[in-house]
Design a binder for this molecule. Structure first.
Ligand SMILES: Nc1ncnc2c1ncn2[C@@H]1O[C@H](COP(=O)(O)OP(=O)(O)OP(=O)(O)O)[C@@H](O)[C@H]1O
Ligand SMILES: [Mg+2]
Length: 146
């Protein structure tokens, strides 16, 4: 079973707020995949999730050349950016699966690059460009109660 929630964001701040709201619902070991084009707002959404866990949003940036950024908050938050990854194998080598099945919260930008490694029960967030500065954010929960 899954449930879908759609949010229209009208600004960067509203996207951050949407991330913060999702943060409230996350449990240790949850994996969130962020699907969206370049500049959709994935990193800003991560800033919101991180801020829910007490991490300063300024600490969150796109780890373009680092595959993983680790932030230490009330839970460990692991921020992956797979944009530059060419082979899933590279993610395996740095132990991605240990993060995905660990005790922190994982947030993954460009998850399609490591499709075969993403846990089946990952929460999916689609961020879509809309006219003006808007974004459509669709959160696919695995659990209808969420
Ligand atoms: N409603 C909005 N929500 C989020 N970002 C917005 C919004 N309106 C405009 N923007 C702009 O869109 C850009 C989003 O950048 P961000 O780095 O979060 O995207 P991204 O999806 O992580 O991109 P990348 O694929 O390059 O990592 C920023 O420049 C931001 O100012
Ligand atoms: Mg980004």
């Amino acid at each position: 079973m899954s449930a879908k929630k759609t949010i229209i964001s009208k600004s960067v701040d509203e996207t951050i707020q949407a991330g913060k709201e999702l943060g409230k619902q996350l449990q240790p070991g949850d994996v969130v995949r962020l699907d969206g084009d370049l500049g959709a707002g994935k990193t800003h959404f991560v800033k919101g999730v991180a801020s829910y866990f007490g991490i300063q949003p300024e600490k969150v940036s796109s780890p373009t050349y680092t595959l993983i950024h680790e932030y230490s908050g009330t839970l460990p938050v692991y921020h992956f950016d797979c944009y530059r990854l060419e082979h899933e194998q590279e993610a395996l080598e740095i132990g991605a699966e240990e993060y995905f099945y660990g005790e922190g919260v994982c947030l993954i930008e460009w998850p399609e690059k490591i499709e075969g490694l993403i846990p089946e029960d990952a929460i999916r967030v689609d961020i879509l460009h809309q006219p003006e500065e808007r974004r459509k954010i669709i959160i696919h929960h695995q659990n209808p109660e969420a």
